[in-house]
Design a protein around this ligand. Structure first.
Ligand SMILES: CC(C)(COP(=O)(O)OP(=O)(O)OC[C@H]1O[C@@H](n2cnc3c(N)ncnc32)[C@H](O)[C@@H]1OP(=O)(O)O)[C@@H](O)C(=O)NCCC(=O)NCCS
Length: 204
């Protein structure tokens, strides 16, 4: 049956989450060492706000526009977005793209106001352990300074613990180091180099 759209957005019946929202509800923020003032958590992020997995509706709620505040996004059609969404979903226990939605905004096309991703990488080392990678952290510039970055990153840290990751790592610009240090990340002496090779098409 063809999906049903209401005001350009998939009807609730056809909306799909990238991962089970119950995982977020099960996170015990009382055990979290990062403190929030005023206290907020994924289940109580603030009036009108909701922390949840990425959904098939988020293309129309400004998810790609939000990512463009982080880096170059390019032209991505809804079809490309949905294909990538389903490709990710077909890798079980791997992609935890998490968003904050403002459910009361006057701009439904910009309702997704924050996001961060946990990628869980399967390893052979450490007894076939899993490690976490924190990726694509961004809060809409009109919502910054309200602890939402801290909330979404902390949610990813708690998710990584829930998934039994033995560590979680990230790469960031130098100026962001104090931010992540304030959330418990550290530059390990002798082990904090991040190297890159940009790969133009057909150059190798
Ligand atoms: C980084 C970002 C996600 C922070 O979001 P935010 O919602 O404004 O952050 P918070 O309100 O949760 O800030 C939490 C604390 O970090 C501090 N902080 C924010 N940005 C900081 C920075 N660049 N360096 C150091 N501290 C910073 C805040 O002052 C605040 O401190 P406080 O708790 O003592 O008041 C947001 O600024 C953003 O989206 N930036 C552009 C994209 C980006 O750079 N992403 C990171 C890529 S690695």
């Amino acid at each position: 049956m063809a999906p049903v759209y209401e005001n350009g957005v998939l009807s609730e019946l056809d909306e799909e989450y990238l991962y089970d929202p119950a995982i977020l509800e099960s996170l015990d923020f009382d055990k979290c060492s990062v403190k929030f003032n005023p206290p907020i958590s994924p289940s109580h992020p603030g009036p009108g706000l909701r922390v949840r997995p990425l959904s098939t509706n988020d293309y129309d709620k400004g998810f790609m526009k939000l990512l463009s505040q982080l880096t170059e996004v390019g032209e991505v059609s809804r079809e490309q977005f949905l294909r990538r969404f389903h490709d990710m979903k077909q890798c079980p226990n791997t992609y935890y793209v998490t968003v904050v939605e403002d459910t009361e905004t006057d701009h439904p096309g910009d309702a997704v106001i924050g996001t961060a991703t946990l990628v869980v990488e399967q390893k052979f080392i450490r007894g076939c352990a899993v490690r976490g990678r924190l990726e694509d952290v961004v809060v809409n510039d009109t919502y910054r300074g309200k602890q939402l970055g801290k909330l979404i990153v902390t949610t990813i840290m708690m998710l990584a613990r829930e998934m039994n990751c033995y560590k979680i790592s990230l790469d960031c610009k130098d100026k962001m180091i104090p931010y992540y240090e304030s959330l418990g990340f550290s530059l390990e002496p002798g082990n904090s180099n991040y190297m890159t090779m940009r790969i133009p098409k057909c150059s190798l």
